[in-house]
Ligand binder design. Sequence first.
Ligand SMILES: [Zn+2]
Length: 170
Amino acid sequence: MIGRLSRLNFRHDFIVASFGVGEMARPGRPLVEFVMDRLSAKERSHQMSLVKSKNTGLELTVRKLIFSMGHRYRIHGAGLPGKPDLVFARKKKVIFVHGCFWHRHKDCKKATTPASNTEYWLPKFARTVERDRKVLESLLQHRWKPLVVWECELKDMTALADKLRAFLND
Ligand SMILES: [Zn+2]
């Protein structure tokens, strides 16, 4: 079991860090989901925590881009709803970098739904979407301006830079 899990860890690291969830997929089926469908609930939970921490690769890319645009920020805004990935305190703006699969990016081809274990995945997805919705609502109530950067937007860094510039200079 230990051998099997460490192999899985390696696959996760590789897929998520190098390609993003879903890109190194068999036709129609991201490998990461294929693997996770075959894990017990406890193993899945462990694997998911790994995937979530690997998601910071996306965050790092966005941080570097924003830094190169001359903006300075704090990270992981403790004390703010949802602990935003980037906090621009004086502007009262925050940015979240979301993986398309976990956060269910609407109409995005990365937001696939695993074919099996739907009784596990669907409630999990619903909870994430609801939590994200509440976080944005709460920030707005406190007069913070939130922006979500989606994983798939990192494919076009020029367009992403335009979006960030518009948001931060507004
Ligand atoms: Zn997307």
